[in-house]
Design a protein around this ligand. Structure first.
Ligand code: SAH
Ligand code: DHB
Ligand code: MG
Length: 222
């Protein structure tokens, strides 16, 4: 599944050519692997993409749903100014612990807050605290809840907020209306929600690479 037609080789070439060596990110992946975490982090070129998108919107406050070992967290936190803030939500305490250590090794502790617990439990607290509005939201957790996460992203946004959702193509299964996969159903429900949401302007782009055939949804709050 992961690779056809040399997609991984191209990702490696692009990462070597455009991204260069990155000890903190490489150490994070090594720590994740040593701890037995699944290798489902964004790829290096994808990490750089979300980093650049956050910079393009001048993000100071960002929200991530689904930290895993903090690989995408590091890419995002680096896009923020010194006084910027990234809140990332992670249900798995072991993942969160490893993410904390990876983020600290990358020197980003002061910008990143990792909240343990189900995202749908953390999000109302974030709203009650008045932590938003966020300038950039990256949704990358349990796909079955994607529609709910998108609604929360909207609640915690302002006009101009950019919202990016990972894994919206899933080997093409997103176009299968008969799919019974809860992840695919979750992604499709999210797209239906976006389609009837007048406050969002959105698209989705298919990707190939080390992560196989998948894609990102991109939306901006009007
Ligand atoms: N963004 C990461 C990858 C995240 S993988 C990266 O690219 O580096 C998805 C993560 O979402 C996993 O760590 C999983 O534990 C977490 N997750 C699953 N369900 C969740 C929930 N209900 N609330 C918060 N996190 C959840
Ligand atoms: C899975 C989750 C992800 O966030 C991802 O990028 C790839 C795979 C998964 O749960 O299988
Ligand atoms: Mg993902």
């Amino acid at each position: 599944m992961a690779d056809r037609h040399g997609w991984s080789e191209v990702d490696s070439y692009l990462a070597e050519t455009l991204l260069g060596p990155d000890p903190a990110l490489e150490a994070a992946l090594a720590a994740n692997s040593a701890a037995g975490l699944p290798s489902i982090d964004v790829s290096a070129p994808q990490g750089k993409l979300i980093h650049l998108l956050a910079r393009m919107v001048g993000a100071r406050k960002a929200l991530e749903i689904g930290a895993l070992g903090g690989y995408s967290t590091i890419w995002l936190a680096r896009a923020l100014p010194d006084d910027g803030k990234l809140i990332t939500l992670e249900v798995n305490t072991r993942h969160a612990e490893i993410a904390r250590s990876n983020v600290a090794r990358a020197g980003l502790e002061s910008k990143v807050e990792i909240r343990t617990g189900a995202a749908l439990a953390s999000l109302p607290k974030i709203e009650a605290e008045g932590a938003g509005p966020f300038d950039f939201v990256f949704i990358d957790a349990d796909k079955a809840n994607n529609a709910a996460y998108l609604e929360w992203a909207l609640r915690l946004s302002r006009p101009g907020t950019a919202i990016v959702v990972d894994n919206v193509v899933r080997d093409g299964e997103v176009a299968n209306a008969a799919s019974r996969d809860p992840d695919v159903i979750g992604v499709r429900r999210m797209f239906e929600l976006i389609a009837r949401e007048p406050r969002l302007s959105a698209t989705a782009i298919q990707t190939v690479g080390a992560k196989g055939w998948d894609g990102f949804a991109l939306a901006v709050v009007k």
